[in-house]
Design a protein around this ligand. Structure first.
Ligand SMILES: [Zn+2]
Ligand SMILES: [Zn+2]
Length: 366
């Protein structure tokens, strides 16, 4: 939205309409009461950039702003109590940091060392690593299991999955986004990677309300209690089966075509890489500590990671079994990338079109 405010006299109206349409969307997707909207912040910079100021801090230190680190760790499940975070480096922060370090294969010292800070500021999935105190990653497993890279995949609490009657899943894009075919194809490829190793199939439908998987790009607080935070920070989040909600932060510089590693933008995020990860959640996988796995929580800008790792395949096949039509259901080594095109980013012009279209589509749908 920030982009719009300095352009032309029609824009105040456009902003109002945009905000209204986002509000309308919120009314549609809300399943629980949203907390207060995210505080004003520079949506063009990494919301976690200031964490570098705390490098080297340890238990006993008191430094202004340290509460933000606690808030971060709370957001991803490492601190359960959310009330009144102080700027003191206390026992709670130390033990949360140790768990974080374990999950991300770092030395579990409980000290906020430089390596840990550098890991924390990498853009990541908004889904928590620890849900209701249960870690899906290293910190929730016996030490002997974390020494070697065997299987680190995990599921949501209660192992929810799509029932056999819904193995042929449909997905649809929120009409307000007005995605073009190039962008839709990115999602289609991402779904195919999971379809190749499971009995599941995925078919796009135009009937958004009836689709089992609903995909949409949203800005900030969009009504499900999980606000997006602008460029970088959290990139996307998804809900466990059989909710089917798959949301992406519309303020990222999503690369839909071309080689993301050659992008001129330092905050370019590869859409397909994130899509493959989020579909894993939609199907029932939690986060993995295996860095090569698609279900590892974070991905740097200008990075492409779309291949399912053995860890991902073992995890999804424990839920659904292999692909009955495939001779080698334990492998999905297909990458039909064409890296010859220029990098293509969803720019603000397109975002404006998407938001403006929201009202129109709302009128058609409701
Ligand atoms: Zn995730
Ligand atoms: Zn959401």
């Amino acid at each position: 939205m920030k982009h719009l405010q300095s352009h032309g006299s029609l824009l105040p109206a456009a902003v109002a309409i945009s905000l209204f349409s986002v509000w309308l969307l919120s009314a549609h997707v809300a399943c629980r009461t949203a907390p207060s909207p995210s505080p004003s912040q520079n949506r063009n910079s990494n919301p976690w950039q200031s964490f570098h100021n705390f490098a080297g801090r340890r238990k006993g230190d008191h430094v202004s702003g340290l509460a933000n680190i606690k808030q971060y760790l709370h957001e991803f499940g490492y601190i359960s109590n959310s009330s009144n975070f102080t700027d003191s480096f206390d026992d709670t922060l130390e033990s949360a940091l140790k768990k974080y370090q374990q999950n991300f294969n770092l030395n579990a010292t409980g000290v906020l060392d430089n390596t840990t800070v550098q890991r924390m500021v990498i853009p990541r999935c908004g889904n928590a690593d620890i849900i209701n105190g249960t870690s899906s990653m290293n910190s929730g497993k016996p030490a002997r299991m974390t020494l070697h890279t065997v299987s680190h995949y995990s599921f949501f609490e209660g192992n929810p999955k799509w029932p056999e009657s819904q193995y042929n899943l449909t997905y649809a894009f929120w009409p307000g986004n007005q995605l073009d075919n190039t962008t839709k194809t990115v999602f289609s490829r991402a779904f195919e990677r999971w379809a190749a190793v499971t009995p599941l199939t995925f078919t796009e439908t135009d009937y958004y309300l009836e689709a089992e998987i609903k995909i949409g790009f949203y800005v900030g607080d969009h009504g499900d209690g999980e606000s997006f935070d602008g460029s970088m920070g959290t990139l996307a989040h998804s809900f466990s089966p059989t909710t089917g909600w798959f949301h992406l932060d519309n303020e990222e510089d999503w690369v839909v075509e071309g080689d993301v590693t050659k992008s001129s933008s330092t905050v370019a995020i590869d859409l397909e890489s994130v899509a493959v990860h989020e579909i894993g959640h939609v199907l029932g996988l939690g986060h993995s500590s295996v860095e090569e796995a698609i279900m590892y929580p974070s991905i740097s800008a200008r990075t492409r990671k779309t291949e399912l790792a053995d860890d991902d395949i073992e995890g999804i096949q424990e839920l659904y079994g292999g692909n009955p039509n495939s001779n080698s259901s334990s492998s999905s080594n297909r990458d039909d990338d064409s890296s010859d095109g220029g990098v293509r980013i969803m720019d603000w012009h397109r975002k404006l079109t998407m938001v403006m279209a929201a009202l129109v589509s709302f009128g058609l749908l409701w």
